[in-house]
Design a binder for this molecule. Structure first.
Ligand SMILES: [Zn+2]
Length: 321
């Protein structure tokens, strides 16, 4: 029921819910919990619902804070061609070369994830449970976004190639149709990441490479698919909506050869590994002995403000992410 409401709501807003879709973001954070060692599970397992529900806070914040948008993507094609060597991976070097305004305009996700990792590590050092949980939920969001191919391409919704809607198609429609029934999220254990910057840049470069395939395959499939079967119409709570048909969605998924499932699995692995890395770098504090076990009045106010902004405002800045 909730999902249907959210979905109908997205449509009312004019297809503004992008970013792995709320559905996939929640799943990804939730599954990441189970890749953690027992010393972390003592906190993360009882908090799995919180981590899942708050996986989408960064998207809600886009309705309240203008600076939020650029934290969810990076238009790598603005910096030349793969492997985009002209763009320094180090933030200060990149600012010196391009100016902060330019970097913000084209998106900052790989750097923002590293900022969030420092914050999460500090929260572990402070042994502050409320902070650990909030930051864990949010870093999960940004890491998952970095794995979405169209978050690394300026043609992020196929708007330049007459493929409008492909963003939500790849990251919402297909996962909602297949993740539960057909995909496997059994994924060993998270691992310590020695060089988080290098790790996340590698993932973002993979996303940029995959984005060409994401666009090209949809184009090819559309050309070979009966036009009247590409979309289907469904009644949702009294609203008739047009969406990519299940046969088109499945055909696209198999043409992509498991790419969406793979990126979802990699997101889950990366999130657990970042959580684990922050905990290790903070000296592996005992998570049964934390302070700030309850969210403060300010935290609760912030959660409410995010919900209100999301329900009552429009996105500040670029629509996707
Ligand atoms: Zn996002």
């Amino acid at each position: 029921m909730n999902r249907i409401l959210v979905f109908a709501f997205c449509l009312l807003l004019g297809q503004q819910c992008f970013c792995w879709g709320f559905y996939a973001h929640k799943k990804i954070n939730y599954y990441a919990v189970f890749l953690l060692p027992p010393e972390m599970l003592v906190l993360y397992k009882p908090s799995a619902n919180f981590l899942m529900e708050h996986a989408i806070d960064p998207d809600k914040r886009r309705y309240a804070v203008a600076a939020e948008g650029s934290r969810h993507y990076i238009d790598l094609d603005r910096y030349g061609v793969f492997p985009f060597d002209s763009l320094p991976r180090n933030w200060n070097d990149a600012v010196a070369k391009y100016s902060e305004d330019t970097l913000q305009a084209h998106g900052i996700v790989p750097w923002w994830i590293q900022t969030m990792l420092y914050r999460l590590t500090d929260a572990f050092k402070e042994k502050n449970q409320a902070k650990i949980l909030k930051l864990s939920a949010e870093i999960g969001h940004y890491i998952a976004d970095a794995h979405v191919p169209l978050h690394a391409n300026s043609n992020y919704n196929g708007q330049l190639t007459d493929q409008k809607g492909i963003h939500g198609f790849w990251e919402s429609r297909v996962p909602e149709l297949l993740a539960e029934k057909e995909w496997d999220f059994f994924i060993g254990k998270g691992e310590y990441i020695k060089n988080p910057g290098e790790f996340i840049w590698a993932r973002v470069l993979e996303s940029a490479t995959a984005s060409d395939t994401v666009l090209k395959f949809e184009k090819e499939l559309s050309q070979n698919f009966p036009t009247d079967q590409k979309y289907s119409f469904e009644d949702r709570n009294g609203i008739t909506i047009r969406q990519y048909s299940s046969s088109f969605s499945k055909a696209y998924d198999s043409k992509l050869n498991g790419m969406i499932e793979r990126r979802m699995r990699q997101s889950i692995f990366a999130i657990a590994s970042f959580w684990y890395t922050a905990w290790v770098n903070a000296g592996q504090p005992d998570l049964t002995k934390l302070s700030n076990k309850d969210f403060s009045a300010d935290d609760l106010k912030e959660f409410e403000a995010l919900n209100n902004a999301w329900k009552n405002s429009s996105v500040k800045g670029r629509e996707h992410e």
